[in-house]
Design a protein. Structure first.
Length: 307
């Protein structure tokens, strides 16, 4: 069974990895030879234009440090071997199909499918932080528009900003990592247009220098890491669309956060001011803390001339 797909293997080996980094160097200027990469694997759950049948669209995935790709892929291959050992070909782990028994999973019992899904989520949950970081943006129908590209832009820019912010944090902590986006090629055209616009305009006016502006596109069946991204966004989608937090509860600690209470890597885009979801509650609590700190600082400022 393969460990990870051919292009990932080439990226992680000497010559082609150097070529990839050379592209990064040309885009970002002189950087240290010790530069390392986080690969952000992105996928969608729901449709950015499916508002007749859904209330949410989710874009997100997992950022994986380059040194962890092979080990994580092996763990997913081991799950397949454990339950489907008679199969000699790699079967794509697609959360929605596994949950409902669609496509290739039709002949596999619900009990086996659920056990396999639980083990995949445990792989995400048990990955050492910050070697695997999750990000997601969930767009509610109240903030959606009748434009698929605009709905994608809203969620994609959220995720890019949060990923860039994480990379800035690692740089400030003495670990200068850069980021590369790897996206399911089923959505290639839309994302190419968005990335071109981000390159010209920045994201919400903010340059994202830490992310290489030449993304890679791959079919999800070719890499286990895009399959992990699919599981991540499926967990977020089920939480917001179905009110089922089972999977999200398992992987929530892997979302980027500034501390144990405040999650930065998960955003709910909604007009509902009193939303009680995990992401909105975290943002409100953080905003309250910041206002209290600002108020305390103002109380300590002495009037001109002193006392």
């Amino acid at each position: 069974m393969r460990v990870y797909c051919g292009w990932e293997s080439r990226l992680l080996r000497g010559a082609t990895r150097d070529t990839l980094y050379l592209v990064a160097f040309q885009q970002m200027g002189n950087v240290a030879e010790s530069l390392l990469m986080y690969f952000l694997y992105l996928d969608e759950s729901g449709s950015p234009n499916g508002w007749q049948t859904q209330n949410h669209f989710v874009l997100g995935g997992v950022a994986i440090h380059e040194g962890q790709v092979a080990g994580l892929a092996n763990k997913l291959d081991e799950i397949q071997t454990s339950y489907l050992g008679d199969l000699k070909v790699s079967i794509e782990f697609h959360a929605g199909d596994m949950k409902t028994g669609n496509k290739r999973w039709h002949d596999i019992s619900k009990e086996i499918r659920e056990k396999m899904m639980a083990e995949v989520y445990e792989v995400i949950a048990n990955a050492q932080f910050p070697h695997l970081i999750a990000f997601a943006s969930a767009l509610h129908i109240s903030k959606a528009v009748d434009s698929e590209p605009e709905n994608l832009r809203t969620t994609f820019q959220d995720v890019c900003l949060k990923f860039n912010h994480f990379l800035v944090k690692t740089h400030k902590s003495g670990k200068p990592n850069k980021g590369l986006l790897i996206i399911d090629d089923a959505h290639k055209k839309h994302y190419q247009n968005l990335i071109s616009a981000f390159r010209r305009e920045g994201v919400k006016g903010t340059p994202i220098y830490n992310i290489v502006d030449i993304p890679y596109f791959s079919a999800s069946q070719e890499t286990r890491m895009l399959q992990l991204a699919d599981f991540c966004v499926y967990a977020v989608y089920r939480y917001y669309e179905k009110g089922d937090s089972t999977y999200l509860d398992t992987i929530l600690p892997q979302f980027d956060r500034r501390d144990k209470l405040h999650v930065d890597g998960l955003r709910h885009v909604t007009k509902t001011l009193a939303c009680a979801c995990m992401a909105c509650a975290s943002r409100r609590d953080l905003r309250t803390q910041q206002q209290l700190l600002t108020s305390e600082d103002e109380d300590t400022i002495e009037p001109l001339g002193g006392r």
